[in-house]
Ligand binder design. Structure first.
Ligand code: ARG
Length: 473
């Protein structure tokens, strides 16, 4: 059954039908199409185009059709072309010619744009819930490890010790921004295209604003041409999804590293790791790798839609049918990946002893030492140089900062000597610790106590602030 047979003499070629049919993927819009149909039926009734009795029969048939769709009693067939065609067939089967009245004043062009917005606004709410679960999983681990020292890295090289909780929270902030971005997205997506018809609106006395309100939109589209041509809401959603993918990918990559024998920072729960078909000892981080891998298709979906939209003349063009698969794939992908990553994070066991013992490795306290000299009045440039020499000296003598003695220090630079006669600046420098005192990891963490720093107390403050944000999401 086609919706456009009247002016055609022959039927479509098989090749056209196969190319054109979208019902195999747009069928998931059926519940939203039915919602929009109910609103449209009411507006036709208010316009005097459906009698009270007709409206009642129409709404009853739509309810019945919805039940049949849910139970699987009503299914689309390939000849239906798309979800709108299939549902019109279902309506005609129930109502006979009355079913044909619902199409007045609307077009698949405004219908499909409306359906996709309704679908996305609904599913974005589920995605947000899954994001909040991931934030919560990361925050509980962070709470437990606010005071756990870990090697902080830049360039994947030991840089300065950090609180492991601080590092975990550094993955929460991007996700909190993603949620914020999706909420902001919804504000712009809450515009109803229904009433725009094919492109020019309708000569029938419809009420697009009433329809918008009934469907939970904030307003009706102010321009019927833009209403059917615009897919910004889809592209913007795909950007949000791609960025979420990138964030999950970066977290996934870290988890892959942490779970490796070389790092050995975490132990993954059996429920969230996989084995090898040949190597009996293997325990693999497939969840984290798939989170990393899936970002590729999320980025691809965004690029795919932007490429489709680029250069399209106004208004509706059939190219726009290509908007749905990337959107559906992004929704499915996120709803698949997020619960797995949350489970992985909430069940992983953190190897606290290993983190703490490796936190000072790689002369990670060198900056603390240089800053100590600065507090004694040494210009940072000289302090940097002196500590650099100390690192080389330790390497040559196969030792670490922790094993240094006062005598060793004195050999490298007078700046390291605190006694009068050394380079310590006279005057009241109360509270400045001794050279050897500064060489401990917990002290290094505690000293980074300004806002946003890695001191365990600040990490706990950060957690409190984040919990407030997440509670509001
Ligand atoms: N299935 C189409 C789409 O997804 C809607 C149909 C509009 N078709 C048309 N020939 N105007 O965009």
């Amino acid at each position: 059954m086609r919706l456009w047979g009247g002016r055609f003499e022959g039927g479509p070629a098989d090749a056209l039908t196969r190319l054109s049919v979208s019902v195999q993927f747009d069928w998931r819009l059926a519940p939203y199409d039915l919602l929009a149909s109910r609103a449209h039926a009411r507006v036709l009734h208010r316009a005097g185009l459906l009698s009270e009795a007709e409206l009642e029969r129409m709404l009853a048939a739509l309810d019945d059709l919805e039940l049949a769709c849910k139970s699987g009693d009503f299914r689309p067939v390939v000849a239906d072309e798309d979800v709108h065609t299939a549902l019109e067939r279902g309506l005609l089967e129930r109502l006979g010619s009355l079913g044909g009245k619902l199409r007045a004043g609307r077009s698949r062009n405004d219908q499909v744009a409306t359906d996709l917005r309704l679908y996305l606004r609904d599913h974005v709410r589920s995605i947000v819930s899954r994001l909040v679960e991931l934030e919560t999983a990361l925050m509980s681990q962070a709470e437990e490890h606010a005071a756990t020292a870990a090697p902080g890295m830049t360039h994947l090289q030991h840089a300065q010790p950090v609180s492991f909780g601080h590092q975990l929270l550094a993955h929460v902030h991007p996700i909190a921004r993603d949620v914020d971005r999706l909420r902001d997205w919804d504000r712009r997506a809450a515009v109803s295209p229904l009433g725009a018809g094919a492109l020019a609106g309708s000569s029938l006395p419809l009420d697009p604003q009433a329809v918008a309100e009934e469907l939970g939109f904030d307003s009706a589209a102010p321009n019927s041409m833009d209403a059917v041509a615009d897919r910004d809401f889809a592209a913007e959603f795909l950007f949000c999804a791609a960025l979420i993918g990138v964030h999950l990918s970066r977290l996934g990559e870290e988890i892959v590293l942490w779970a490796s024998q070389e790092f050995h920072w975490i132990e993954m729960d059996d429920a969230y790791s996989t084995g090898s078909s040949i190597m009996p000892q293997k325990k693999n981080p497939d969840v984290a790798e798939l989170a990393r891998g899936k970002s590729g298709r999320l980025i691809g979906n965004l690029v795919s839609l932007l490429t489709t939209l680029k250069g399209l003349p106004l208004t509706y063009n059939r190219d726009l049918q290509e908007d749905k698969e990337p959107v559906f794939d992004a929704v499915d992908t996120l709803l698949l990946v997020l619960p797995a990553v949350s489970g992985l994070v909430s069940t992983m066991r953190v190897n606290t002893a290993r983190l703490e013992s490796s936190a000072p490795d790689g002369f990670a306290l060198a900056t603390d030492l240089a800053e100590l000299l600065v507090r004694r009045g040494v210009p940072f440039r000289d302090a940097h140089e002196a500590v650099g020499h100390l690192v080389v000296w330790c390497q040559v003598n196969d030792t670490t900062f922790e094993k240094l003695t006062e005598q060793d220090l004195a050999k490298i630079s007078p700046h390291f000597v605190e006694t009068p006669g050394g380079a310590a600046v006279p005057g009241d420098r109360g509270g400045v610790p001794g050279t050897l005192d500064v060489l401990n990891v917990q002290g290094a963490l505690a000293s980074r106590k300004a806002h946003g720093g890695t001191a365990p107390d600040r990490v706990r403050d950060q957690l409190t602030a984040l919990r407030e944000i997440v509670d509001g999401q």
